[in-house]
Ligand binder design. Structure first.
Ligand code: HEM
Length: 470
């Protein structure tokens, strides 16, 4: 009957549609996969923009995901989720495992291979840096001021000088290569590269005899002999290492190399951007110079003060942070946030530090440079109307909170931040008090972007003119 034919036809039709849509979905799956892989590789070159776009489009207080060739990143944005990440045990979400993946220490730090789990060999370095180094700043700063002053003079007469950052650059490049090649060849390639990298060997060989002497003195002290007193990081790292199983000289040097990496790169880049900002906003030079001439000596003696400079560097770090990703934790076990988002083994939980710091919800006139936005109005006298104190609450560069993730968040926030800020103030202070700076090309691009990191371009020129010559 007509009805039977129609029914039969419609069955054939539906079957055909079914086959067609299965074929399409079979074709679509590889297409979607290929597109997501292309996007993952794009992350290497446009990571900062990709994170920002994902934050703008998807976040709204919720976690969002970004893919890289070797990782899935789950960005958390709300105070609640940040707390959940911070409270996860070190056996589940690990900062050390994330750092290990980033730096590939086995290939870049002279065979150092630290444990994924934090605290396996103690966390003495926290006391060494957060407490002992910070407490000793008043003793360190006068000497450091002299070193920086002499070094700036030398740089000025010999410029351009490069090479001081070779260890950091070689470490990053080597670690990136090892991260991106297939796992089967990563070990072999890492071995070849590490034998060819000279800077890590030079650092290791230079520090080893010093650490050996300190270990010898440790032994002599144990036997009741008189030994020299040392107040420096080598000594503090040695003294805060596990007492049951005292570290060898090589182990101490490895720890120093890891800390060195973490400290030098972020510090030098942050200062470079702050110098650029001084050139781009010259109206800040006068009040900053006045503050320094009036209060630098006190700062040198106490490591405290200089609120205008503090706020200026903070504003520079807010608008040009070195990193767009903070609070990195690699999942050693699956982890689920309270909204159901999962972080699988090998994925990272992290925070979008740049996007949060440039969010108008937390920072009024978020994209405008306001060098004194963080100062406490009651304590400082800034005469010009050009300088707006925009934040509802004053804050310091060393602060850590849910809208300021430059130092990480929660219990693992950077223990070197008090030292880092003091060093930045010494360098910026010496530059502002002794030089006028100028950026001849104010409109050209000054940054390189790789993954979530922004670096100043080598070819960006800043002219330093000594003040007495003006
Ligand atoms: C501008 C300079 C610096 C920046 C932006 C910076 C930033 C950071 C960040 C984001 C973390 C991760 C915290 C987390 O994930 O919650 C960290 C950790 C760390 N930083 Fe810094 N840092 C700087 C300078 C320094 C300096 C100068 C030192 C040493 C003197 C240092 C030593 C460390 C150490 C040892 C850790 C690991 C902490 C842990 O495992 O608990 N940093 N830093």
């Amino acid at each position: 009957s007509l009805f039977d034919i129609t029914l039969e036809d419609s069955k054939v039709y539906h079957r055909l549609i079914g086959i067609l849509s299965r074929c399409l979905s079979l074709l679509q799956a590889p297409f979607i996969f290929a597109a997501s892989r292309v996007r993952a590789w794009e992350y290497l070159f446009r990571g900062t923009a990709i994170i920002q776009n994902a934050f703008n489009e998807q976040a709204n207080g919720q976690p969002f995901e970004v893919l890289a060739p070797d990782n899935r990143y789950v960005f958390v944005t709300s105070a609640k989720h940040i707390k959940e990440v911070d409270s996860a045990p070190d056996t589940v979400l690990s900062l050390q495992a994330a750092s290990k993946q980033m730096l590939q220490p086995n290939s870049t730090m002279y065979g150092f291979n630290w444990f994924d789990r934090r605290g396996t060999e103690g966390v003495g370095f926290i006391r060494a840096l957060r407490t002992l180094l910070t407490n000793n700043l008043p003793q360190i700063l006068p000497g450091l001021t002299t070193i920086i002053k002499v070094r700036l003079d030398a740089l000025h007469s010999e410029s351009p000088i490069v090479g001081a950052l070779a260890y950091i650059e070689e470490t990053l490049i080597c670690a990136e290569i090892v991260r991106l090649v297939p796992k089967r060849v990563a070990g072999l390639l890492g071995g070849i590269l590490s034998r060819r990298l000279r800077s890590q060997k030079i650092i290791f060989d230079t520090l080893l005899p010093v650490a050996e002497q300190r270990c010898l003195e440790r032994e002599q002290k144990r036997l009741g002999q008189d030994v020299p007193q040392h107040a420096d990081c080598i000594q503090w790292i040695m003294e805060t290492s596990p007492s049951q199983n005292p570290w060898s000289a090589a182990r101490i040097v490895h720890e120093l190399m890891a800390i060195w990496f973490g400290s030098v790169h972020a510090l030098s880049t942050t200062i470079t951007f702050a110098i650029h900002d001084l050139c781009l906003h010259p109206e800040y030079v006068k009040p900053l110079r006045e503050e320094l001439l009036h209060s630098y000596d006190r700062f040198q003696r106490t490591a405290l003060g200089l609120p205008l400079l503090d706020s200026f560097i903070k504003e520079s770090a807010r608008l040009t942070p070195v990193e767009s990703m903070s609070t990195r934790r690699s999942a050693l076990q699956p982890f689920t946030l309270s909204d159901g988002t999962t972080v699988n083994v090998g994925d990272w939980a992290c925070t979008p530090v740049r996007a949060i710091m440039q969010n108008a919800e937390f920072y009024p006139e978020a994209l405008a440079f306001n060098g004194f936005r963080f100062i406490d109005q009651s304590g400082v006298n800034v005469e010009s109307d050009n300088f707006k104190i925009l934040q509802p609450k004053p804050s310091k560069l060393t602060d850590v909170d849910n809208t300021w993730h430059v130092w990480g968040t929660g219990r693992m926030a950077c223990p070197g931040r008090f030292y880092a800020v003091a060093v930045m103030k010494v360098i910026m202070g010496q530059i502002i008090m002794n030089y006028d700076c100028d950026l001849p090309d104010k409109v050209g691009s000054r940054y390189l972007s790789w993954r979530s990191t922004v670096l100043p371009k080598h070819k960006t020129v800043v002219i330093f003119t000594p003040l007495q010559l003006i």
